[in-house]
Design a protein. Structure first.
Length: 333
């Protein structure tokens, strides 16, 4: 028999309609806050709202599972689109570090519309997984992030299991000149769920509530992948020489902080010259393998905010045979 504490546990399952969420993200990234949505921040918001809706202590509202569904271009198709493979991998990393399980199906050519692609079967998979996992894991509240009226039968089925459904939906209009269709949610779907949150009302740019602000990551923390950086080489005389990336002097240090979702980290150089210099995900192919304490080599670049580390490379197992001192005072070769 469950104890009183266990009986209070509110189990939350979250299911993302990837195409819908991608359009919402695009809106906030380019047309509203000029920031991308933080998955972790969104999950914190969901826990807060479930606690409020269920009249429960937020500590007893735990996100048990999160799943993301979307059609996906093949590697060949993505390679023909500027940086598409890179951006796909980056978003996979963001979802992975936020504990979101990804479900992808290939995007097929739409025979009815020339040169257009369409998702096929992803909505069916979404519904089947949501229902099956609700049944197996006994979610108290199932959170659907979608606006598609095709999920109306899913809501009814989930209710038959005794679980409540919370819908996160948006009512957004892109600028007229973009020609992009508005983001809406099906009215019947909204009326059928147990709890509905019109997210546009919460997430508008004038809302300074900390839990809302926590749902956004400023884009100035994400560097443009096509951007050309200036690398500064510092000579022994203290004279700085500017040159193209790839020609700068090599520095060594260790990672003192890393944030996988934001795609940023900080390095302390071993010579003490750069005690806390920032680097970005796009400046190392090994970002996902780095951790606090990892030894790295790097050069010094410059962006609008000042110095930054570029061409960051892990030194673990380096062919040069570096030996790392345990007191981190000196790097010997």
């Amino acid at each position: 028999m469950l104890s009183n504490t266990e009986d209070k546990l509110i189990r939350i399952g979250v299911f993302y309609d990837g195409s819908y969420f991608s359009r919402v993200s695009q809106y906030y990234r380019y047309y509203d806050r000029k920031a991308r949505i933080s998955i972790k921040g969104l999950h914190d918001f969901i826990r807060d709202k479930v606690a409020e809706a269920e009249n429960a202590d937020i500590r007893h509202c735990q996100l048990i599972d999160a799943h993301y569904f979307r059609g996906r271009y093949s590697a060949y198709e993505a390679a023909k689109r500027d940086n598409q493979l890179l951006y796909d991998r980056i978003f996979d990393d963001i979802l992975m570090y936020a504990g979101v399980v990804t479900h992808y199906l290939p995007i097929f050519p739409d025979k009815l519309k020339v040169n257009q692609k369409k998702e096929k079967g992803i909505d069916v998979w979404y519904a089947l997984e949501a229902f099956e996992l609700t049944m197996l894991k006994q979610f108290s509240v199932v959170v659907l992030i979608t606006g598609d009226g095709d999920y109306l039968p899913l809501v009814k089925k989930i209710n038959t299991l005794g679980s409540r459904v919370m819908l996160l939906h948006w009512n957004l209009d892109f600028p007229f000149e973009t020609g992009l269709s508005p983001i809406r949610a099906n009215a019947n779907l909204i009326s059928e769920v147990n709890y509905e949150l019109s997210m546009g009302e919460y997430m508008h740019s004038e809302n300074n509530d900390p839990i809302i602000e926590n749902m956004f990551i400023a884009v100035d923390e994400e560097e443009d992948f096509s951007k050309k950086f200036t690398v500064t080489e510092t000579s022994g005389t203290g004279v700085n020489h500017e040159m193209q990336a790839g020609d700068g002097s090599l520095n060594t240090g260790h990672v003192i902080h890393i944030d996988f979702e934001r795609g940023i980290g900080n390095i302390a150089s071993l010579d003490g010259q750069f005690p806390n210099i920032i680097f970005f995900r796009n400046q190392t192919e090994e970002f996902a393998e780095l951790e606090r304490g990892s030894y790295v080599s790097f050069s010094i670049g410059q962006n609008a905010k000042g110095p930054m580390a570029v061409r960051v490379k892990s030194m673990e197992g380096d062919e040069e045979g570096y030996v790392y001192s345990t007191d981190e005072e000196e790097l010997e070769s």
